[in-house]
Design a protein around this ligand. Structure first.
Ligand SMILES: [Zn+2]
Ligand SMILES: [Zn+2]
Ligand SMILES: [Zn+2]
Ligand SMILES: [Zn+2]
Length: 153
C-alpha cells in the first residue's frame, strides 16, 4: 500500500514533506524554493505575483526590468525593451543605434557633443543650420499681415 503521493520540488528536486506546498507553472515547490531567478526574493509569499518567461521565474520587478517596455524611441517610434541600452536627451529616449543626427544620420562617437533643438538630435553642423533657418523674421510677418483679403463690402 502506497502512502500519500509525494510531490517533488521543482526547485531543489527533493520530496516535499511540508504541510504546505506551492503549485506554480504546473509544478510543485517548497515554500522557500519558489524564488525569483534574478533577485532571489521569495515568490511564495501571499500576494506576490509570479512571472515566467524563457524558462525564468521572476518577480514582477525583475520581469518588468527585463521584459517590460521602457518607452518608445523618439527616432524610429518603435518600442524599446527595458533591457536594451538607451540614450536619453531631454525627455526623449532612443535606441543606441537610432541616436544620431536626425538630418545626416551621423552617429556620435563617445565623448562627442550632440545638440538638442526643436525636439531633434543634431550634430553641430546641422544644429547651426537649423538655428539659422528658424531665426524669426519679424519684419516680413508684419508685412503679410497687412494684406487684407476680404476688406471691402
Ligand atoms: Zn525545494
Ligand atoms: Zn526578483
Ligand atoms: Zn529607434
Ligand atoms: Zn547632421
Amino acid at each position: 500500500m502506497k502512502a500519500q503521493t509525494k510531490h517533488t520540488c521543482s526547485g531543489c528536486d527533493l520530496p516535499i514533506t511540508d504541510r504546505y506546498l506551492l503549485e506554480a507553472l504546473g509544478r510543485y515547490w517548497h515554500e522557500g524554493c519558489l524564488k525569483c531567478n534574478c533577485c532571489e526574493c521569495k515568490l511564495g509569499d501571499i500576494g506576490s505575483t509570479l512571472y515566467s518567461k524563457s524558462n525564468l521565474i521572476l518577480c514582477k520587478r525583475d520581469y518588468l526590468r527585463l521584459f517590460g517596455i521602457s518607452g518608445v524611441c523618439a527616432s524610429c517610434n518603435k518600442p524599446i525593451a527595458a533591457f536594451e541600452f538607451v540614450m536619453r536627451a531631454a525627455k526623449n529616449t532612443y535606441h543606441i543605434e537610432c541616436f544620431s543626427c536626425q538630418v545626416c544620420r551621423q552617429r556620435f562617437r563617445v565623448g562627442e557633443k550632440f545638440y538638442f533643438y526643436n525636439n531633434k538630435v543634431l550634430c553641430w553642423d546641422h544644429y547651426r543650420t537649423e538655428k539659422e533657418c528658424e531665426r524669426p523674421t519679424d519684419e516680413s510677418t508684419m508685412e503679410w499681415k497687412a494684406v487684407a483679403l476680404n476688406g471691402g463690402p
